[in-house]
Ligand binder design. Structure first.
Ligand code: COA
Length: 570
């Protein structure tokens, strides 16, 4: 079928659906929901059999839904309506939730139902639930709806004929309904409200007497203080006392600014608070704010890095490199790089870079520092001689994050993981992280050029087919982690381990003789210097729009394939 994906943005869910539909042989094209006339034009050009809308903020025009079946993906149970579906589900402590695919009609979210897939809720951030549970249920529901549509005999069920149970219209959640009372609310209540707003819009509050929105909350099991007072800082986070405990706030968005690590957004004020570094980070077991963690199971070392949004600032790269260097001295045989629960890594920290220019500094200089710090980290990984390194991708990776993973000997990914191993979407950025060494040796020169040029997301299955990853494993996150540990244990116990390590050292030495890593790095950085300091400001402009979340004013040509000459007109 020809399927047009109509969406507010090419977010992870849209990327996943697009990749999965293509994998099943459908012709897909994408149009951003910019204006009714643009949607109408896209429909005229592409002549789709069906429109799927994974992520919309406005209604589809009647001129379109009255002629073509439009399937809306709604993150709610049957009968649930309104734009804050997940927010309400979290705040109301729902234990079971769903994604429903319904047909667009005049009334928002009220059309007949094509499919609905439920999932168990867990305590956690809205953004994490969206990227894992919702994305999975959405792709299952859309595929089911497509099958039903293709069968030609399925009649979608009007809402009035279905048992809607908990489903009802729920208004947009206001900041008043999210409001935190630090003098009365328990830590659990505050955490729940912050979880329900994470990603967007955050919870409006005050820190140091300044209005801001709060994100990225973690509870602390031991530290205490006067309810409402800020009592400590640690790396990016600030700790605020509640009536029965304390909550770390990792990120804030100050009025008129962008979302930033809290200690950077309030740099001067935070410096006055007592610093509470986590000295025993490699063996800490009590709940607290901890972005880098380590665990050992026999001959396996697991290094996790829970960096918000997968973005890695200069300091985070430096700290992770130090942790990695330490982990390499441990008597382990396999070292697993676990990433974070929502992202494995998305490369350099574009918001922190942008903040450098907001503070009167140089975004180019901070970009330069950050890319060098992530390169140093990649180098530390490539030069691991005593252990086999494995990147275990339980969550998505993008741009430099993909090549950081590829700097490991093996990359094992969960089947639902999406990879974006390319840079050009960020203002034609050339990219570094030794990709010019790491990518062609895995997929070949021609495929490497195509991956970089086409800028398409890659499913884990596709990654395996191309050779970009080494294994694609099924299952939810805990099952994936258990299987990763099992495979790694087998690797560590293998009689060929010493031989494997010797072969790895020899092949590295051979590659180094042919062309030293320093030369790859210098060549990449020559291009990056142009991106950061050259006369073409595309990277700075693209980064600015990305971090300020500027609304798109057109669909990029590599996505809107129907806008290529000849497409859709035959
Ligand atoms: N630096 C800072 N923030 C980043 C980031 C980065 N490198 N990558 C992602 N984010 C943030 C987004 O701004 C968004 O923030 P929000 O919490 O305020 O909404 C959040 O992470 C999720 O990103 P989103 O784009 O919604 O996720 P996605 O899964 O739909 O898309 C990517 C994933 C990787 C395709 C997309 O985020 C991206 O292109 N990131 C930039 C990658 C990059 O160019 N890195 C620099 C070169 S190494």
């Amino acid at each position: 079928m020809r399927i047009l994906l109509l969406t507010h943005a090419f977010n992870s869910l849209t990327q996943r659906l697009s990749a999965e539909l293509q994998q099943r042989g459908h012709q897909t094209s994408i149009e951003f929901d910019i204006a009714d006339s643009v949607t109408e034009e896209a429909v005229a050009l592409f002549a789709p059999d069906l429109i799927v809308a994974p992520y919309l903020r406005r209604a589809i025009p009647e001129s379109v839904w009255s002629r073509i079946v439009c399937l809306i993906v709604h993150p709610g149970v049957v009968g649930d309506r309104g734009p804050s579906a997940l927010d309400w589900a979290i705040q109301n402590h729902e234990t079971q939730w769903a994604v429903t695919v319904l047909q667009a009609q005049a009334e928002m979210d009220a059309g007949p139902v094509w499919a609905s897939v439920s999932f168990p809720m867990r305590p956690g951030r809205k953004s994490g639930l969206y990227r894992h549970e919702v994305a999975k249920a959405a792709s299952q529901a859309v595929l089911q709806a497509l099958q039903r549509f293709e069968s030609g005999s399925f009649v979608p069920q009007p809402l009035t004929t279905l048992p809607t149970r908990r489903g009802q219209w729920r208004p947009p959640m206001t900041q008043q309904q999210r409001c935190l009372d630090w003098q009365r609310d328990s830590s659990a209540t505050i955490l729940n409200k912050l979880y329900a707003a994470d990603g967007f819009p955050g919870v409006a509050d005050n820190l140091f007497g300044q209005p801001c929105q709060l994100f990225d909350a973690w509870s602390d099991a031991t530290l205490r203080g006067t309810p409402g007072s800020l009592i400590a800082r640690r790396e990016t986070a600030l700790l605020r006392a509640t009536v029965d405990g304390a909550i770390w706030i990792g990120h804030v968005k100050r009025a008129g600014s962008i979302k930033l690590p809290s200690t950077l957004a309030f740099e001067r004020e935070a410096a006055q608070l007592p610093d509470r570094p986590l000295h025993d980070w490699w063996q800490c077991k009590t709940p607290t704010w901890q972005d880098i963690a380590y665990e050992e199971q026999g001959s396996l070392g697991f290094l996790s890095f829970e960096f918000y949004n997968g973005a890695m600032s200069t300091r985070q790269c430096d700290r992770l490199r130090t942790a990695l260097h330490w982990a390499k001295q441990r008597p382990t045989r396999v070292l697993l790089l676990m990433g974070g629960s929502d992202f494995w890594s998305n490369g350099i920290h574009l918001n922190v870079i942008e903040a450098a220019s907001l503070n009167g500094g140089s975004a180019a200089d901070e970009s330069w520092r950050n890319i060098n710090a992530i390169n140093d980290l990649a180098l530390e990984l490539i030069n691991t001689e005593q252990q086999i390194t494995v990147a275990a991708l339980g969550a998505n990776a993008g741009a430099g994050g993909c090549f950081l993973a590829r700097a490991c000997d093996l990359v094992w990914a969960r089947e639902s993981v999406l990879l974006n191993p390319h840079y050009k979407n960020m203002g034609n950025l050339y990219g570094s992280e030794y990709w010019t060494y790491l990518l062609p040796r895995r997929v070949g020169m021609e495929a490497a050029q195509a991956i970089m040029r086409d800028r398409q997301p890659m499913t884990a299955q596709r990654g395996l087919q191309t050779g970009f990853i080494d294994a694609c494993l099924d299952g939810e996150l805990p099952v994936f982690r258990a299987e990763v540990a099992e495979r790694a244990a087998a690797l560590a116990a293998g009689s060929d381990l010493a031989q494997r390590l010797a072969t790895k050292r020899e092949s590295r030495q051979r590659d180094e003789t042919v062309k030293p890593l320093a030369v790859y790095r210098e060549e990449e950085l020559t291009q990056m210097r142009r991106n950061f300091y050259g006369f073409d400001p595309s990277y700075h402009i693209a980064r600015h729009h990305f971090v300020h979340k500027s609304p798109a004013s057109w669909t990029p040509r590599h996505l809107a394939r129907h806008r290529d000459l000849g497409w859709g007109l035959s």
